[in-house]
Write a protein that binds this ligand. Structure first.
Ligand code: IPM
Ligand code: MG
Length: 371
C-alpha cells in the first residue's frame, strides 16, 4: 500500500476535461491496488491569472512542493497572447518546472499498431516506431539571461534571448538519457546544431564524454535539421533522443504527431525529487468544453506518474498502458484519431470510462485476488 499526495493543476482550455479522466483512472488504480491517493486541486495558468492575478499563485506552488507528484492538464489561452512572456499563462508552467527542479523531460512516442492509419505518414513508415525523447527542461533559450526587448538611441528596436548551457547541466541530462537507453534498445541519438552554435559544440563534447561511462550504449550525433528530416522518413531508427530545451519542444511535437496524434503523448518531468506529469498537447482552446479532446495523453501521463514518482508503481503504470492499448484495439477513437476508416467515435468522458473498464478487466484477469 502506497500513500501519495498528488497536486492536480487542470489549467486552461481542454486541461480540465482531460485531467478529470486521468484522475478517474488514478482513483480506480488506488481502489484496485489498495493505495491511498489524495488529490489537491489548484489553479495554474490563465485560470490562475483570472483568480489570483498570477499564473503560479503561491498557494499552488506550496501545494506542489508539499506533494509527491504534480499532475497538470494544459496552460495557455488566446486572451493572454498580447501579454509579455513573464505575465502569460505559460510563465506559470515554466516557473513551476524551475521550482520543482525538474530538468529532465521524458516524452515516450510509440506507434500503437491499431492506429497506424492515423499518422499523416504511410503506415509502413511509422510502424514499430518506439522512441523516448529526453528533453533538457531548465536551460537554453527558455531560461537564459539576459533576455528582453530593446530600443536604440536612433529609435530602432528589437528583442533578444540568450542560449546558455553549463557543463553540469548537459552532463546531468545526458546521464538520464544513457540510463534510460540501458533499459531500452541501447542507442542514444544526441541532437544539436554544433555546426553553428557554441552551446551545441559544448553539448556534443560533454555528451561524448558521458558516453564513455556507458560502453553498452551506442551514441550517434545528429544536427537538429537532419533529425527533423529522419523523424518523418525513418522514425524507427530512433531509440533515445537526447536534446536541449527548444529543440526538444519542437521535435517532440513532430514525433507525437507521426505516431498518430498529439493527443496521445504523455510526459514526465523529473529531477531532484517530486515530478511533474503532463500530456504533451496544449490547451486547444478551439475544442475546449465540447467533449472532443483526447484524454489518452493525460491518462498516459498518470501512468508515468505512477512509474516515476518515488514509489515506482511499475505494475500499475503498465496496467494503465495496457488498458489504453486495449481500448484503441477495440476501435474506440476520439475525433483527433479518425482518418477515413469507420470507427466508433467517443467523447472525452466516454474514452475515460472505457479505459477504466479495460483497466478493471486487465487487472481482474491478471490478478484473480482482486475480484
Ligand atoms: C511543452 C509546451 C510548453 C513548452 C509551453 C506551454 C510553455 O509547448 O510542454 O512542450 O514550450 O515547454
Ligand atoms: Mg511544446
Amino acid at each position: 500500500m502506497k500513500k501519495l499526495k498528488i497536486t492536480v493543476l487542470a489549467g486552461d482550455g481542454i486541461g480540465p476535461e482531460v485531467t478529470a479522466e486521468a484522475v478517474r483512472v488514478l482513483r480506480l488504480v488506488a481502489d484496485i491496488y489498495g493505495h491511498e491517493f489524495e488529490f489537491d486541486e489548484r489553479a495554474v495558468g490563465g485560470v490562475a491569472i483570472k483568480e489570483a492575478g498570477n499564473p503560479l499563485p503561491p498557494a499552488t506552488l506550496e501545494s506542489c512542493l508539499a506533494s509527491d507528484a504534480v499532475l497538470l492538464g494544459a496552460v495557455g489561452a488566446p486572451e493572454y497572447d498580447g501579454l509579455a512572456p513573464d505575465k502569460r499563462p505559460e510563465a506559470g508552467l515554466l516557473a513551476l518546472r524551475s521550482a520543482l527542479g525538474v530538468y529532465a523531460n521524458l516524452r515516450p512516442a510509440f506507434s500503437y499498431a491499431s492506429i497506424a492509419d492515423c499518422s499523416p505518414l504511410r503506415p509502413e513508415i511509422v510502424r514499430d516506431t518506439d522512441m523516448l525523447i529526453v528533453r533538457e527542461l531548465l536551460g537554453g533559450l527558455y531560461f537564459g539571461q539576459p533576455r528582453g526587448f530593446f530600443k536604440n538611441a536612433d529609435s530602432s528596436s528589437g528583442a533578444f534571448n540568450t542560449m546558455c548551457y553549463t557543463v553540469a547541466e548537459v552532463e546531468r541530462i545526458a546521464r538520464v538519457a544513457f540510463a534510460a537507453a540501458l533499459g531500452r534498445r541501447r542507442k542514444v541519438t544526441s541532437v544539436d546544431k554544433a555546426n553553428v552554435l557554441e552551446t551545441s559544440q559544448l553539448w556534443r563534447e560533454v555528451v561524448t564524454r558521458v558516453a564513455l561511462d556507458y560502453p553498452g550504449v551506442m551514441l550517434e550525433h545528429l544536427y537538429v535539421d537532419a533529425c527533423a528530416m529522419h523523424l518523418v522518413t525513418t522514425p524507427q531508427r530512433f531509440d533515445v533522443v537526447l536534446t536541449e530545451n527548444l529543440f526538444g519542444d519542437i521535435l517532440s511535437d513532430e514525433a507525437a504527431v507521426i505516431t498518430g496524434s498529439l493527443g496521445l503523448l504523455a510526459s514526465a518531468s523529473i529531477g531532484e525529487g517530486r515530478g511533474l506529469f503532463e500530456p504533451v498537447h496544449g490547451s486547444a482552446p478551439d475544442i475546449a468544453g465540447r467533449g472532443l479532446a483526447n484524454p489518452l495523453g493525460a491518462i498516459a501521463s498518470a501512468a508515468l506518474l505512477l512509474r516515476y514518482c518515488g514509489s515506482q508503481l511499475e505494475q500499475e503504470a503498465s496496467d494503465i498502458e495496457t488498458a489504453i492499448g486495449a481500448v484503441l484495439d477495440a476501435g474506440y477513437r476520439t475525433p483527433d484519431l479518425v482518418r477515413g476508416q469507420s470507427k466508433t467515435i467517443v467523447k472525452t468522458q466516454d474514452m475515460g470510462s472505457l479505459v477504466a473498464e479495460a483497466l478493471l478487466k486487465t487487472t481482474v484477469n491478471a490478478r484473480p485476488a482482486y475480484v
